[in-house]
Write a protein that binds this ligand. Structure first.
Ligand SMILES: [Fe+2]
Ligand SMILES: [Fe+2]
Length: 420
């Protein structure tokens, strides 16, 4: 009795440890190995192995073995009848000598005999086979008692649950990965569609060819300089690409007029932010408030913009970014009635209009990004690609940018106050 109690206490200790192993080991292989050692050690079993079942291959693959030697098969096939019988048997110990009617025990008979495999425990968890445990003879040479088998089954259940959990995690990881790939595909499709759209907008306006695409890129530069994350930067780029989408409803002859347009034509052209907003509103944009950027990209901090004459804090931030990018591109592009001015003059212009037309912190970010490129701090030559390398080879531009940044940092905390 005392010996039996001792054994029981020892076994429960092992079981508790096994439960802990299954629950806490991050490394699956290590968990299986430790569990097998605990199982063999607690009942003084000479040798054994744990195999994981693969539903796809209909096979058992050894995860961990002890004392089985190199000639024991690492992968064992199961036929339909074996699987059916294992499921009926459930998680109970099978005496190998009594089970030779099953194809599995016939096929691998010699391997089992050579290693004196006495018990096989199918790991059936929630009516699914997840693996199988093989056990050799006990060290004392005695047959397994029903108590032994009960203990073995309790421990086997822990191992089975560990494998089932692992299967579930692997399946979950696979689905997460699949989802991520689908999302990436979708994201690419969205980006490509937006770019195609921007190109289509630009085709209509032959004098400002590539305007939308450039505004997208300048907006991206500003957002990146502000330290935004990847999605937000992409959102700013998309807002830039699509800001003038409303122009597709404006007559071509107004857009392409080789002269300064009159008041009526201006009114027609000035409808484009509102129209753009209407076009973009029904689309579900993943990263930024793209419709608001289209609607308010001609607003100014001092309230003298259009269509609503909003003041500073009432203008959506994304619209302020696009507004700066838009004006910068307009200033640095040739028009039929005027040539673009020198880069340093444009920087002066930005400086002068900071706090009136443009948000000061955005002008700062923009000038800083340009300076970083010109001083070589930034290797990616985005401005040079957009403006042409020669345009920025202006010796006054670096001092001008530095001057602008000094001046701007002193005023950047000022915000415009509405007068009404
Ligand atoms: Fe516009
Ligand atoms: Fe524009």
């Amino acid at each position: 009795m005392a010996e039996n109690q001792q054994k029981l206490i020892h076994t429960f200790g092992a079981l508790a440890e096994l439960g802990h192993e299954v629950a806490h080991k991050q490394n699956f292989q290590e968990m299986i190995r430790t569990s097998l050692h605990l199982l063999l050690g607690s009942l003084a079993i000479m040798r054994g192995g744990v195999a994981r079942y693969s539903r796809f291959g209909h096979e058992l693959n050894m995860l961990s073995v002890r004392g089985l030697g190199e000639d024991f098969p690492l992968s064992l096939s199961l036929c339909y009848e074996d699987e059916r019988q294992f499921l009926i048997n459930g998680l109970n110990a099978i005496e190998v000598s009594q089970a030779k009617v099953l194809p599995f025990f016939q096929v691998y008979d010699s391997s089992f005999e050579k290693k004196r495999i006495e018990l096989a425990v199918p790991l059936v968890i929630r009516d699914e086979i997840v693996g199988l445990i093989f056990l050799g003879e006990k060290a004392n040479g005695e047959p397994y008692t029903s108590d032994d088998k009960e203990i073995i089954c309790a421990m086997a259940r822990h191992i089975g649950v560990g494998i089932a959990q692992r299967n579930l995690t692997a399946e979950l990881e696979r689905r997460v990965e699949e989802n991520r790939r689908l999302y990436d595909d979708l994201r690419m499709t969205y980006k490509d569609t937006v770019k195609a759209f921007a190109t289509a907008i630009d085709i209509k306006d032959k004098y400002t060819e590539g305007h939308s695409v450039r505004v997208g890129k300048y907006s991206e530069i500003i957002a990146a300089e502000l330290g935004w994350d990847e999605d937000q930067i992409e959102g700013a780029a998309v807002a830039g690409y699509l800001h003038d989408v409303g122009k597709i409803t404006v007559e071509s002859k107004i857009i392409n007029a080789p002269y300064r347009i009159n008041a009526r034509e201006h009114a027609e052209l000035n409808r484009h932010p509102g129209v753009g907003y209407e076009i973009l509103l029904p689309i579900n944009h993943p990263y930024a408030d793209v419709p608001l950027a289209a609607k308010y990209h001609h607003e100014r901090l001092d309230g003298r913009g259009y269509p609503d004459g909003l003041y500073d804090t009432d203008i959506p931030y994304i619209a302020k970014i696009v507004a700066l990018a838009d004006s910068f591109d307009a200033m640095t592009s040739d028009r039929p009635y005027r040539k673009r001015r020198a880069a340093n003059e444009i920087v002066e212009d930005l400086q002068r209009n900071s706090g009136k037309q443009f948000a000061p912190e955005l002008v700062t970010a923009f000038c800083r990004a340009m300076l970083k490129e010109l001083t070589g701090e930034k290797k990616d030559k985005k401005f040079s690609r957009l403006l042409g390398r020669d345009y920025l080879q202006n010796e006054e531009i670096i001092p001008q940018l530095k001057n602008a940044l000094n001046g701007l940092s002193a005023t950047s905390s000022l915000t415009f106050v509405s007068l009404d």
